[in-house]
Design a binder for this molecule. Structure first.
Ligand code: B4P
Length: 182
């Protein structure tokens, strides 16, 4: 977990390789569907372009399908999910049905100015419609309103590992490994 620009996608991709687990990124799955012009992609694009969350029922159904696939049977990293309290409840049900559970909930903390700077830098090359300055600022607000309230829930469950996301990609990677005991 972490606000847009915290390094979730960057870190989740390499962490998935280190633990040999599936990398399940809701953002990546939505973007692939937008590219392939599927019905899911058409729905998701409207929300993503505006910096809003895709509705819970759409996101939850997609994650349920993804976690049922073979490569997620042993281990997986959820990147960008859950993002709402409703998604937390649904994930609890999905994992209970699979006989699985979360080992850790990792949150990357990064200064607000650094988040904006990283996303504006990405905007130079990403071509992502949600990487414009207004939408970037709106996405930060949505994170504070919708996703920050999940942190106390996972802290209460004893799962939350807060990791300093400032510094280089390698420095953050080393802190993640230390926090997870890898
Ligand atoms: P995401 O794809 O999750 O996008 P994001 O929040 O911007 O994170 P991302 O992983 O891309 O960025 P990162 O911090 O790694 O979501 C996109 C949209 O999809 C959402 O706004 C929403 O509409 C929808 N969505 C996704 N999940 C959803 C859900 N569960 N429910 C509803 N809707 C959902 O990296 C940012 C930049 O920083 C990169 O350019 C990277 O290279 C750079 N960077 C990373 N680490 C760095 C470091 N240490 N130093 C310098 N730069 C760094």
């Amino acid at each position: 977990m972490g606000p847009p620009g915290a390094g979730k996608g960057t870190q989740a991709a390499t962490l998935a390789q280190r633990i040999q687990g599936a990398h399940v990124s809701t953002g990546d799955i939505f973007r692939a569907n937008v590219q392939q012009q599927t019905e899911l992609g058409r729905t998701a694009q409207r929300y993503m372009d505006a910096g809003e969350y895709v509705p819970d029922e759409v996101t939850n159904a997609m994650v349920q399908d993804r976690l049922a696939q073979d490569d997620a049977r042993e281990s997986f990293i959820l990147d960008g999910y859950p993002r709402t309290l409703e998604q937390v409840s649904t994930l609890d049900r999905i994992l209970a049905d699979l006989g699985s559970e979360l080992d850790h909930v990792l949150v990357l903390t990064v200064d607000h100015e650094e988040l904006i700077a990283r996303l504006l830098k990405r905007a130079e090359t990403s071509g992502r419609a949600d990487d414009t300055e207004d939408v970037i600022r709106h996405r930060q607000e949505v994170y504070i309103a919708e996703t920050a309230p999940l942190l106390p829930v996972y802290r209460e469950r004893g799962l939350l590992r807060e990791v300093d996301g400032m510094g280089t990609v390698d420095e953050v990677e080393a802190r993640i490994d230390a926090a997870l005991g890898l």
